[in-house]
Structure formats: structure tokens, C-alpha cells
Design a protein around this ligand. Structure first.
Ligand code: FES
Length: 105
């Protein structure tokens, strides 16, 4: 079990729009709010590092803005229609406490 660290406030996050946060000097995550749940995956696309927080979100799928690789926001795995099923990014556990979004690292 890792440690949960605060990365943002719940009010900073809008449905359907990613938010990039820096967790430490080597780790950036993209946060997404879908329904009443918050998800965190690695910010940088496994293909060439595109910013996933800037991707478009549809249901639970984010599309990388650079070359349209698609990932399931819940797992970080390639979405069923992704052009490469081998690519994936890490997904992180998230909890919200008193309006603070915390991710497990
Ligand atoms: S960098 Fe994301 S699809 Fe190429």
C-alpha cells in the first residue's frame, strides 16, 4: 500500500475535462471526474508522451490529443477501439477527504 498525497481540490475539477497535476518531480497525473467519481491516470501518453489531461473525454475513454490513442480512464488500459492494444498508462487509487483529492503513490 502506498501513501495518499493531496494533489488538488475537488472544486478544481470539472466533469468531462481533465486536470494535470504534478505529484512529485517525476510523476504527473491526469485527473478526471466522471459522475461522482474521480479517476487518476498517468498524464503522459504511452505513445509519445502527449498530455492526456488535454484529451477529449467520452464516457470513460480519453483520447490523446496528439495521435488519438484512446485509454480507459478507470484502468489506464487501451480502450477497446484503440489503435494499439499494447499501450497503457498507470492508473492510481483516488480518495476524496474534506474536498481534497488524494492519490495513492
Ligand atoms: S502521444 Fe498520445 S497518441 Fe501519440
Amino acid at each position: 500500500m502506498g501513501e495518499f498525497v493531496s494533489v488538488a481540490k475537488e472544486q478544481d475539477l470539472n466533469e468531462g475535462k481533465g486536470l494535470a497535476v504534478k505529484v512529485n518531480k517525476d510523476l504527473e497525473m491526469a485527473l478526471f471526474k466522471i459522475g461522482d467519481k474521480i479517476y487518476a491516470i498517468e498524464e503522459h501518453c504511452a505513445h509519445q508522451g502527449g498530455p492526456l489531461s488535454e484529451g477529449t473525454v467520452q464516457d470513460f475513454v480519453v483520447t490523446c490529443p496528439w495521435h488519438q490513442m484512446t485509454y480507459d480512464i478507470r484502468t489506464g488500459k487501451a480502450a477497446p477501439d484503440a489503435w494499439d492494444q499494447e499501450y497503457s498508462v498507470k492508473a492510481f487509487n483516488v480518495k476524496v477527504e474534506n474536498g481534497e483529492i488524494k492519490v495513492e503513490v
